[in-house]
Design a protein around this ligand. Structure first.
Ligand code: DP6
Length: 320
């Protein structure tokens, strides 16, 4: 088989990654913890052995930066690779803080290895995904996933690691799509500027391991309040770093803030719901599955496109 198609789900960080200790190897400055989501996916077809390299996103030739990153990921998988054609389709907005790079690079490496008939261990695929985009290393597993810092200088032990499968816990992530527009500061550039200019960055890095340890314990104990508190704290700490970066990185829109207040209102009236944001204006709310519809309804007062996602599974090879 020289052709394979794989589908992967994005993941949303419950404890965030923002900042690198090694930009060349894409090694994080902090560990992180995530939840893989169903309901959103990237499907990527890789065809080894065509006449010339071609990379298509949503049916159109990819922009130069994406093309370079995709081909570099394939070069690392096989330095002697033949020319390749890549076709990738997202069923949700890309580059808008909805973690499209996480599902994108996970689907790419799984499809590329399958098309080459290489049965690589999943941690190794996770390392390949990490080199493409850090958060992607967590999308190699379903459910709750930790990305460890690792110790090896070559980065081979900095990859995702499953904490609990998708069916471990009946939670939901309600996604309020404030805007599907491409963000004006990309994560890679933004987190590097934060490292160089935010006075809060050292405190952020120091805090990371304890937040992940508390988050993992909360997942294992199925303690939504404890997990929600860690997630919100990590979110606001990361955005404080963004806001104190020079020039300031401000992803929030008025509707973002309205959703944050709505979540606090839900909590005040007894619903366990906690908010997170990433590198974009969209708000994701973690809650019990039974409360998801009520949470979505509360957010629809401010945002028209609100979707409910449940814990999702690992990438799958869907066809040759
Ligand atoms: C805010 O994984 O997109 O979503 O490694 O530079 O490609 P690169 O960054 P990326 O950063 C995602 C950061 C985040 C938080 C998170 O997912 O942990």
């Amino acid at each position: 088989m020289s052709v394979a198609t794989a589908t992967a789900h994005p993941n949303i960080a419950l404890v965030k990654y923002w900042g690198k200790r090694d930009t060349a190897l894409n090694l994080p400055a902090v560990p992180s913890l995530s939840l893989t989501l169903d309901g959103f996916s990237t499907t990527t077809r890789v065809h080894w052995g065509v006449d010339v390299d071609k990379v298509y996103l949503q049916g159109r030739p990819a922009d130069e930066d994406t093309r370079r990153k995709v081909l570099a990921a394939l070069d690392r998988l096989d330095p002697a690779r033949p020319p390749v054609r890549v076709d990738s389709l997202n069923d949700f907005p890309a580059g808008a803080g909805l973690a499209s790079s996480s599902s994108g690079f996970a689907a790419l490496v799984v499809a590329a290895a399958a098309a080459a008939e290489r049965d690589l261990p999943r941690p190794e695929l996770s390392v390949h995904a990490r080199r493409g985009s850090g958060s992607a290393c967590r999308s190699l597993w379903g459910g709750f996933v930790r990305w460890n810092l690792g110790e090896s200088p070559d980065g081979s032990d900095s990859h995702g690691e499953p904490v609990a499968p998708a069916d471990h816990w009946e939670v939901a992530m309600v996604v309020a799509i404030v805007s599907g527009d491409k963000k004006d500061v990309a994560s890679t550039a933004g987190m590097e500027t934060s490292r160089l200019t935010s006075a809060y960055y050292p405190a952020w890095v120091a805090q990371g391991p304890a937040r992940v340890a508390a988050g993992v314990a909360a997942v294992q104990a199925r303690d939504l309040r404890a997990l929600g508190e860690q997630m919100e704290a990590s979110t606001f700490e990361m955005h404080a770093v963004m806001h104190t970066t020079q020039p300031a990185i401000l992803y929030w829109k008025p509707a973002t803030v309205a959703c944050l207040h709505a979540v606090r209102g839900l909590r005040a009236s007894g619903t366990l719901a906690y908010a997170t944001m990433d590198a974009g204006p969209n708000v994701k709310v973690l809650c019990g599955r039974a409360d998801a519809e009520a949470v979505a309804e509360a957010l629809r007062a401010y945002v028209s496109d609100v979707r409910i996602a449940l814990p999702g599974g690992a990438p799958t090879v869907v066809r040759g």
